[in-house]
Design a protein around this ligand. Sequence first.
Ligand SMILES: CC(C)(COP(=O)(O)OP(=O)(O)OC[C@H]1O[C@@H](n2cnc3c(N)ncnc32)[C@H](O)[C@@H]1OP(=O)(O)O)[C@@H](O)C(=O)NCCC(=O)NCCS
Length: 162
Amino acid sequence: MRPLKLEDARHIMGWVNDPVVTKNLQHFSKRFTLKDEKAYVKRMIASRSDFVFSFFDKKTGEYVGQGGIHQIIRENKLGRLAVVVKKDFWGKGYAQYIIPSLVRFAFDKLKLHKVWIMVYSDNKKSLHINSKLGFKKERLLREEYFWRGKYHDMVRMAIIKK
Ligand SMILES: CC(C)(COP(=O)(O)OP(=O)(O)OC[C@H]1O[C@@H](n2cnc3c(N)ncnc32)[C@H](O)[C@@H]1OP(=O)(O)O)[C@@H](O)C(=O)NCCC(=O)NCCS
């Protein structure tokens, strides 16, 4: 786990245009170029309300994915977690390492009190992982996202610092 760097724009290009990966994300409706991703990385590095990390396999050093704490509201000690694992690495337990690492960062370094995550209501894999890692379902948000021509119900889940 290390903070996002400009060179990660190339890594992000390895998944950002893959519809299987972005199916359960939002705002991925266009084809992104390397220039777009460099601009995104610069924006994230400069932002005070986003902290983004790249994750690498400890043994091989291969890039595995991205994760971050976004939409940070310092007054409320609140932030939103996001995670993407590159498709080649799915099902190997990486998300179950990345998510707790980000939660620890949010609680210990950013001093947040609560971290939330938004999940498509039919994304059984994410619902399973987040519940397993201690996130609780807060509410079903009916037709909250409009994406690929239809409205989607979303589940907001959150974990509170104990
Ligand atoms: C969701 C995502 C982060 C998971 O990453 P991952 O590294 O493959 O996840 P892990 O290997 O750590 O865990 C997979 C778990 O999901 C379970 N799982 C897999 N498919 C499932 C399904 N259809 N229903 C329920 N559980 C499922 C596995 O059994 C495993 O749980 P277990 O360890 O208790 O057996 C990854 O698939 C991804 O990046 N998807 C695209 C982006 C995305 O959806 N991000 C999350 C938005 S909320």
